[in-house]
Design a protein around this ligand. Structure first.
Ligand SMILES: Nc1ncnc2c1ncn2[C@@H]1O[C@H](COP(=O)(O)OP(=O)(O)O)[C@@H](O)[C@H]1O
Ligand SMILES: [Mg+2]
Length: 326
């Protein structure tokens, strides 16, 4: 009997993610909310891998984890493995993935010191929480960290290293090249839209260590975070779209629904608006590389950007009206 036990390293609405200590694979179980499907996750993931192999340049810092298998509840795969899960867990549909390595502990500790500097008790409890060991960083290029009215930082009573949001102003404060991350995200988004024809609904971008064999020209380096890559994960909410107006509408909706990984148009801050303009320019360049400059589909990226800008401006107007009505 195999006595090594799976440990939960992540949880979302679709399922829970498990790994054996030091293993290079992770298991995503379909044991989350109803209507979520690891089968769709698997199918979309394969499309993204195929598109990435065609469209990501060798020097791209974007990585897609390998997707090894879709496992059914009755598969023999479970025979030896079920006993390695905690009591009460049953066989279910699952996918076997390449594991994304966590940010090493000492870097995680530095992040805790930075985020919770004003709360030594919280610092200590996060640092000693074994669940916080599975640290991945979410680059939020479209959001600043919130400050409360008197200018002080809002105090997070709860803080977890599992999926730490790193906001644009914090990236800048840490001397990270925000433009380089924006470029990687645009390249990834264009690759998913125009290469895989999926809306990228609810995908997650995380900063995490690079694969050992990564070439030195295709990684991010930061004094603070060390060498790392931009990984994309969680494809279960993605949907295929047709290369037409309705497809672009789907992509636009997904753009705004996702967590704020992308700079957005319609901000009151000049710096944010500038960031959106850079993102837009780069997105169009990356899209042209994939679709070519002419032909039936070549106009779709421009159309998507136009829709995103219209929606961003409409949101801004609604916000201004709301403020005026108070
Ligand atoms: N391949 C992986 N390697 C390491 N951690 C992962 C991997 N896939 C997912 N995770 C972690 O598990 C969490 C939940 O997985 P996710 O695919 O987002 O599930 P859900 O679809 O339920 O949101 C992620 O946010 C991430 O922290
Ligand atoms: Mg998720």
């Amino acid at each position: 009997m195999n006595t090594r036990l799976y440990r939960c390293i992540g949880k979302g609405f679709c399922g829970s993610v498990w790994a054996l200590e030091d293993a290079s694979t992770a298991i995503k179980r379909e044991d989350g909310g109803p209507g979520r499907s690891v089968t769709n996750d698997y199918n979309m993931h394969i499309l993204v891998l195929q598109s990435a192999s065609r469209h990501l340049s060798p020097s791209s810092p974007v990585r897609i984890q390998q997707c090894y298998a879709l496992v059914q509840p009755a598969d023999v795969w479970w025979q030896d493995r079920l006993q390695q899960f905690p009591a009460g867990y049953s066989a279910c549909r699952a996918i076997v993935l390449e594991r994304i390595l966590k940010i090493i502990r000492c870097i995680g500790d530095k992040i805790v010191d930075l985020f919770c500097a004003d709360d030594p008790e919280l610092c200590q409890s996060v640092k000693s929480n074994p669940d916080d060991d599975a640290c991945l960083i979410r680059p939020y290029l479209g959001r600043r960290r919130r400050y409360n009215q008197d200018g002080g930082e809002s105090r997070f009573r709860r803080f977890s290293l599992r999926n730490v949001p790193l906001h644009i102003d914090q990236m800048e404060m840490l001397g990270m090249d925000a433009a380089a991350y924006a470029e990687a995200i645009t390249e990834a988004l264009a690759m998913m839209h125009w290469g895989a024809h999926i809306d990228a609904g609810d995908v997650e971008f995380v900063l995490a260590p690079s694969r050992a064999e990564s070439s030195t020209s295709s990684v991010f380096r930061s004094a603070y975070l060390g060498t790392h890559s931009l990984w994309i994960l969680d494809f279960d909410c993605c949907q295929r779209f047709e290369m037409d107006e309705a497809g672009v509408e789907k992509a636009c909706e997904a753009f705004f629904k996702n967590d704020p990984f992308y700079p957005r148009p319609g901000s009151e801050e000049a710096a944010d608006e500038e960031r959106w303009k850079v993102f837009k320019r780069r997105f169009l360049v990356a899209s042209r590389r994939i679709l070519g400059g002419s032909g039936g589909d070549a106009a779709l990226p421009e159309r998507l950007i136009e829709m995103i800008e219209n929606e961003g401006n409409a949101r801004r107007r609604r916000k201004e009206e709301l403020v005026r009505s108070y």
